[in-house]
Design a binder for this molecule. Structure first.
Ligand code: MD6
Ligand code: FE
Length: 217
């Protein structure tokens, strides 16, 4: 029975669309899980707070970051890498919430990647003006596994390039609840995020959050 008392259709996740070979957009896939994911973000950040890392060349990143899972991504003067301890707290990263695992596994499966079990989740927080320059994700040990990316809060324009830095980029706006899954031939594509515009979101306030879930170790 569908009591449509307010004349509004419930948000219904759409089918995955292949935006490049091996790369899929799953609009709204994380919408219903968003409050639970937010609780997992909040508890993670109590134990391992957000911080602005520096690139190996010494530039302060505009995106604030933390991690959960057995491995976390870090950057400092000695390079980019995954490690089991949080350099800020000198403790293990907080455990990956079950809801993160379940969502990532289901999204990967929906995109045709079965058996995805991430061991690392990078949490990115974008304040207005924060951006991520074009990069490849290549600090993971094995490129066979896909990456699942979950966007929450304010929207952002995502740039998906090719395998060379100078390749043409396609732009897509990522909204609250959108998921990207990419692997296979897309795994090493360059990508970035344009500066986030100011706004307010009911769940995340003045921020965009992004989770990237990986099999890093
Ligand atoms: C972001 N995402 O959306 C940054 N990397 O805030 C990434 O850098 C990313 O979305 C690898 C795979 C998917 C991604
Ligand atoms: Fe990336």
């Amino acid at each position: 029975m569908n009591l449509d008392l307010f004349g509004e259709a419930p948000p219904s996740p759409q089918a995955p669309s292949e935006i490049a070979p091996g790369a899929f957009a799953l609009p709204g896939f994380a919408l219903s899980a968003a409050p639970t994911l937010w609780a997992g973000i909040s508890s993670t950040l109590l134990a391992s707070p957000l911080r602005h890392l520096h690139t190996p060349s010494g530039l302060r990143m505009s995106v604030a970051m933390s991690n959960c899972g057995t491995l976390g991504w870090v950057s400092d003067a000695s390079g980019y890498r995954y490690q089991a301890t949080d350099p800020l707290t000198h403790s293990a990263w907080p455990p990956m919430p079950d809801a993160f695992l379940a969502l990532a596994h289901a999204a990967a499966k929906q995109a045709g990647y079965t058996g995805f079990v991430p061991d690392a989740c990078l949490i990115n927080r974008y304040a207005p003006g924060a951006r991520m320059t074009l990069h490849q994700d290549k600090n993971e040990r094995d490129y066979a596994a896909p990456i699942v990316s979950v966007s929450l809060g304010l929207p952002a324009v995502f740039e998906l390039g090719g395998l060379e830095r100078g390749d043409k980029v396609q732009r897509l706006t990522l909204h609250h609840g959108d998921v990207l899954v990419w692997g296979g031939p897309a795994r090493l594509r360059f990508h970035g995020v344009q500066p986030v515009e100011a706004g307010q979101h009911p769940l995340t306030g003045p921020y965009r959050f992004n989770l990237t879930l990986r099999q890093a170790g």
